[in-house]
Design a protein around this ligand. Structure first.
Ligand code: CO8
Length: 260
């Protein structure tokens, strides 16, 4: 997948590493990058060689937000359409039928923080910085930050970050639950790879259905979510991997999963 101008991609034994690579603008999301991302995620969803995806940024930034120079001349209608582009791409990440780990190496600001929140798991380098600086630019987060941030860290903390434009460091992001763990910068990709490898050892279809159950369940009432979980659980009971996983347990050996 070397078809992109602002993205780099490699796949190592089922673990894909997508690197945001527009360093002259600290990997800010312009329209061209969003088009490339949409194309990438469409392909990634169908790519059988890709089992777990890690997303990181080149040089000193993860993503420093949406591209401010492109947004400056936008009219109201154009702004709304731009928001829809972001919603589509970030929904593609959130609903990708495989786990997505954000390995946040530097700035994750505005649209960059919103991007990270659409990923399943966030690992931050000690050098990472987070924030939602939008109201300081006279706008509000338009890529679902007002929705995903309170769901992730709670309403009060989300409003504080949204209203003050405070930039927080990785430790503070960890303290408030915005990231899962913080590691030394030189350990970031290793930590993400180690987590990806741990996930790779599990039954892939079960992991996929777990992701779906959590995502659906978080948006509905608990009874509906529980009922949805029950349906997915039933599906796992008809898989080869369930038979293998449980047989391996009984036979005191490691399972070999085939993904169905
Ligand atoms: N957009 C465009 N260019 C950017 C952006 C950005 N978001 N961030 C950095 N750049 C560019 C700078 O303009 C600069 O370019 P140049 O060298 O040509 O002047 C280059 O990247 C390097 O940046 P700095 O020289 O500023 O580097 P510093 O280390 O001094 O500062 C910062 C780094 C603190 C990250 C600083 O660049 C900064 O504050 N950037 C803007 C961060 C920001 O406000 N992000 C939020 C943007 S708004 C947003 O994301 C809204 C999302 C939802 C929109 C949906 C609408 C519907």
């Amino acid at each position: 997948m070397s078809r992109y101008k602002n993205l780099l991609y490699q796949n190592e034994n089922g673990i894909g590493i997508l690197t945001m690579n527009r360093p002259k603008a600290l990997n800010a999301l312009n329209a061209e990058t969003m088009e490339e991302l949409s194309d990438f995620f469409e392909r990634a969803a169908k790519d059988e060689e890709l089992k777990v995806l890690i997303i990181t940024g080149s040089e000193r930034s993860f993503i420093a937000g949406a591209d401010i120079t492109e947004m400056l001349p936008m009219s109201s209608a154009e702004g709304k359409a731009w928001g829809e582009v972001g919603h589509k791409v970030f929904n593609q990440i959130e609903s990708l039928p495989k786990p997505v780990i954000a390995a946040i190496n530097g700035f994750a600001l505005g649209g960059g923080c919103e991007f990270a929140m659409a990923c399943d798991i966030r690992i931050a380098s000690e050098k990472a910085k987070f924030g939602q600086p939008e109201v300081g630019l006279g706008i509000i987060p338009g890529f679902a930050g007002t929705q995903r941030l309170p769901r992730l860290i709670g309403k009060g903390r989300a409003k504080e970050l949204l209203f003050t434009c405070d930039l927080i460091d990785a430790q503070e992001a960890y303290r408030i639950g915005l990231v899962n763990k913080v590691v030394a910068p030189e350990e970031l990709l290793n930590a993400a790879m180690a987590m990806a490898e741990k996930i790779l050892k599990q039954a892939p279809y079960a992991v996929r259905l777990c992701k779906e159950a959590v995502n659906v369940g978080m948006e509905v009432d608990q009874d509906t979510g529980t009922s949805y979980e029950g349906t997915l659980f039933g599906i796992t009971c008809s898989t080869e991997d369930k038979k293998e996983g449980m047989t391996a347990f009984v036979e005191k050996r490691k399972p070999t999963f085939i993904g169905r």
